[in-house]
Ligand binder design. Structure first.
Ligand SMILES: Nc1ncnc2c1ncn2[C@@H]1O[C@H](COP(=O)(O)OP(=O)(O)O)[C@@H](O)[C@H]1O
Ligand SMILES: [Mg+2]
Length: 484
C-alpha cells in the first residue's frame, strides 16, 4: 500500500508528524501518477505541520509566521551563500558572512522585527547552517546532562537529575533526519531504512544514539549523553550526598590495595562517573589501560592508554569489540585494566585477567543489586560461548571479584551508593557475599530522599589486603565499637 493511502486510511489525524517513513518520498520514485501523489502528500504534510506548530507547547508567539519567516530567510540565505569557498571550520568568519547576508535579506524584504526576535532568528539560522539546529542551544547549556528527542516535537532534557520537556522543536521528521545526518556523516556512518540504528559522537565527545523509522514508531529519535567538560570529582560526590568522606576513604584504600571492583547500577545511575572517580585513586606510577565502547573516562594520571571499540564499516568488516580489546590489552603490560562496561562475552576474559595476576582491575555492570550483578556476570560468561559449566563460571566470579559498589538513581533524581558488598567465596553452589555498607532511607523532605549510608558492622575479609598495602582503617569505619 502506498504511503499516502496508508495515511489516508488512518484518517489523516494519527497524531504523528508527516508520517513519512524515514526520508519522505524517494527522489524520482513513484513513476506514474507520482506527481499528484507527491503534491497531495506535500499538501497534507503542510497541513499537519501547521497543526503541530499551533499545538507546539512552550513557544508562545512563535507560530506559523515565525516558522515561515525562518524558512524563507534561511532558504534565501542558503541559496546566496557561496558554499564552495565556505570553510565551515572557520566558524567566526562564516558567522560574520552569514550575518552580513542575513541583514541584507531582512533589509531587502523590508522585514521589521524586534531586536530580540532578530537575534533569536539569526541564532536559529546559524544553528541550522553550522550546528545541530534546535539542539544547539541545549548542547550549549552546561546544566543539561542529557537530551532526548522522541520525534520532532517531543524533546526532553535532564537537568540536575530531573527530566523535563525542552522549549524547542524540530519542524518535521526530515528536519530531525538532517541533523542526525550532520552528526553521523563526518564519522563515515549513515542512517537510513536499511540501517536505522546508529551510535555516534559529537565533536565535544558527547555520546549520541539515533533510531529512525521503521524501527522507531514515533519518528526519528536522538539520545545524547552530554560529555561533561569537568568530570565529577570525589568531593562532588560527597557534596551531592552520593557517598560520605568515610566511604571515599574506604574506597580509596580498596583501589590502592588492588581489589577487583565492579561498579553496578542501572542506566544513568552514575556508574561511569564513579568508575572514573575510583580509577582516579590508582597510583600515578601504574600503567593503566582503559577499554571502552565510546571513550568517556577522563583519567588524570599520565601513564594511561585509552582504547575504544570500532563498529564494522559499510561492508560489514573491521569491527573491533570490547572482547578483542580486553584480550589485546593483556599484551600491553597493564598494571590496571579498566573496562568501561561489561555487557557480554568479554566478562569472561575480564574475570580471567583478574584471576591471573591482573588484580586491581575495574569495570561496571548494568544491574540493580549485588546479587543481580553476580547473575548478570554468569549470563555474560555463558555468552562467551566456551561451554563452561555454571559451577566453573561461579568459581571464576567468586575468586576474581572482590568488591561490588552498587550505585542507583533514586526517585528524587539523586544518585547514591546503595550498597558496598564484599564477594567472599563459594559455599556449595552459591557465591557468598557480605554487605559492608548500605544506604538507609530515613524519610522524605520536600520531595528529597533523606537517609545515610552506614556500615553494617561487618568487617570485610579483605581488610588484611588493605593493611598489607600499608593503610590502616579504624574499626569504627565499619561500625565496630560504635553504636548505631
Ligand atoms: N553521584 C552523582 N550525583 C549527581 N549526578 C551524577 C552522579 N553521578 C553521575 N551523575 C550524572 O548522571 C549522568 C549519568 O552518569 P553516568 O556516570 O554516565 O551514568 P551511567 O554510566 O550509569 O549510565 C551524568 O550526567 C552524570 O554527570
Ligand atoms: Mg556509563
Amino acid at each position: 500500500m502506498s504511503l499516502l493511502r496508508r495515511i489516508d486510511k488512518g484518517g489523516g489525524n494519527t497524531g504523528g508528524d508527516s508520517g513519512s517513513a524515514g526520508r519522505g518520498p524517494e527522489p524520482g520514485g513513484g513513476a506514474a501518477g507520482g506527481e499528484t501523489e507527491e503534491s497531495k502528500l506535500a499538501a497534507m504534510r503542510q497541513r499537519r505541520q501547521a497543526l503541530a506548530e499551533q499545538q507546539r507547547p512552550g513557544t508562545p508567539g512563535k507560530g506559523n509566521n515565525y516558522l515561515d519567516l525562518k524558512t524563507r530567510v534561511q532558504n534565501k540565505l542558503v541559496s546566496e551563500l557561496d558554499h564552495q569557498s565556505m570553510d565551515v571550520s572557520r566558524k567566526n568568519e562564516v558567522r560574520a558572512h552569514i550575518e552580513e547576508l542575513f541583514n541584507a535579506i531582512l533589509a531587502d524584504e523590508s522585514i521589521v522585527i524586534s531586536r530580540a526576535e532578530r537575534l533569536s532568528l539569526f541564532e536559529s539560522i546559524v544553528a541550522e547552517i553550522l550546528g545541530f539546529g534546535p539542539l544547539e542551544i541545549l548542547l550549549g547549556d552546561d546544566t543539561i546532562t542529557e537530551i532526548m528527542v522522541n520525534g520532532p516535537k517531543n524533546i526532553f532534557i535532564e537537568q540536575k537529575g530531573n527530566i523535563t520537556r525542552a522549549n524547542v522543536a524540530f519542524e518535521n521528521d526530515e528536519h530531525v533526519l538532517r541533523i542526525i545526518d550532520r552528526i553521523v556523516a563526518p564519522l563515515g556512518r549513515r542512517i537510513d531504512e536499511s540501517s536505522p540504528l546508529v551510535d555516534a559522537r559529537l565533536p565535544d565527545g558527547s555520546r549520541v544514539n539515533a533510531v529512525i523509522r521503521p524501527i522507531s514508531l514515533v519518528g526519528p529519535t536522538i539520545t545524547i549523553r552530554k560529555f561533561s567538560k569537568k568530570p565529577l570529582t570525589i568531593d562532588d560526590l560527597i557534596r551531592f550526598g552520593s557517598m560520605t568522606k568515610e566511604i571515599a576513604d574506604f574506597l580509596r584504600a580498596c583501589i590502592i590495595a588492588r581489589l577487583n571492583t565492579i561498579v553496578a547500577g542501572g542506566t544513568g545511575s552514575g556508574k561511569t562517573t564513579l568508575l572514573n572517580v575510583l580509577s582516579g585513586f590508582i597510583p600515578n606510577d601504574e600503567r593503566i589501560i582503559t577499554v571502552e565502547n565510546a571513550a568517556e573516562l577522563q583519567l588524570r594520571q599520565e601513564h594511561v592508554v585509552t582504547l575504544e571499540t570500532r563498529p564494522s564499516n559499510l561492508e560489514g568488516k573491521g569491527q573491533i569489540t570490547i572482547q578483542d580489546l580486553v584480550v589485546n590489552c593483556l599484551r600491553m603490560r597493564p598494571d590496571r585494566i579498566v573496562v568501561g562496561e561489561c555487557r557480554g562475552g568479554e566478562a569472561l576474559d575480564m574475570l580471567q585477567a583478574m584471576n591471573t595476576g591482573h588484580d586491581g582491575s575495574l569495570t561496571t555492570c548494568h544491574s540493580n543489586t549485588p546479587r543481580d550483578t553476580i547473575s548478570r556476570l554468569e549470563v555474560m560468561c555463558l555468552m562467551a560461548g566456551m561451554d563452561l559449566p555454571v559451577r566453573a563460571i561461579r568459581e571464576q566470579i567468586a575468586s576474581a571479584v572482590d568488591l561490588i559498589c552498587q550505585q542507583n538513581r533514586l526517585r528524587d533524581g539523586s544518585r547514591k551508593i546503595e550498597k558496598i558488598t564484599e564477594v567472599q567465596g563459594m559455599e556449595g553452589e552459591i557465591i557468598t557475599m557480605s554487605d559492608i555498607f548500605e544506604f538507609e532511607q530515613t524519610g522524605i523532605e520536600g520531595g528529597k530522599i533523606i537517609g545515610r549510608i552506614r556500615p553494617t558492622g561487618l568487617r570485610p575479609k579483605f581488610i588484611e589486603r588493605i593493611e598489607a598495602a600499608g593503610i590502616h582503617l579504624p574499626p569504627s569505619v565499619f561500625g565496630i565499637g560504635r553504636s548505631y
